[in-house]
Design a protein around this ligand. Sequence first.
Ligand code: GTP
Ligand code: MG
Length: 167
Amino acid sequence: MGKIALVSLGGAGTAIMREIIRLSEKDYDMFNVNSRKVLEGPKFYGFEEIEVLADELKDYECVVMTAGLGSTGGDALVKLQSCLKDVRKVCFVVSPFYFEIDRLMRSRSQISQILTGSFEGAVVGLNSILSGELEENADTRKALEEAIKKFDREMASMILDMMMELE
Ligand SMILES: Nc1nc2c(ncn2[C@@H]2O[C@H](COP(=O)(O)OP(=O)(O)OP(=O)(O)O)[C@@H](O)[C@H]2O)c(=O)[nH]1
Ligand SMILES: [Mg+2]
């Protein structure tokens, strides 16, 4: 068991963890929470198993978490955070696009629960990738997918930098 655990939750968290696995030169203790197992290496937990996961994580010095807010993954992150009372937690979360109205509303309430006095990490908005260039692109869907992938790679590298600092 290492000092730090890395946990990804939901679709966005899983996509970011996939990039972390690609970029990382080190083996970290990784855990993935999702509706089904799609990543090879990390230990998998279903959304209904947060308490079991929290029990497995309670002896780490630090737990780094990542998720996209606005849906199940965000709710699971909030729950995991509250279960891990005595562990240092660092959260890297993604807030939805401005046009994802329902998810945006839900993400607001999640953010208010995540941003406690002892918050460490970053909340990064997906809106930042909606440049004029992207919106005028002929194949918007493909351009958007590529921009999200680039965003996920940047998140992954930010998280890996933090993991190196924490060690
Ligand atoms: N960076 C990034 N953000 C994503 C990705 N997929 C979705 N998102 C964003 O994250 C928010 C939450 O989506 P998911 O993480 O897929 O949500 P989920 O928890 O898996 O739950 P459902 O999708 O509702 O089943 C979305 O509203 C998007 O704004 C992704 O692959 N990368
Ligand atoms: Mg999803």
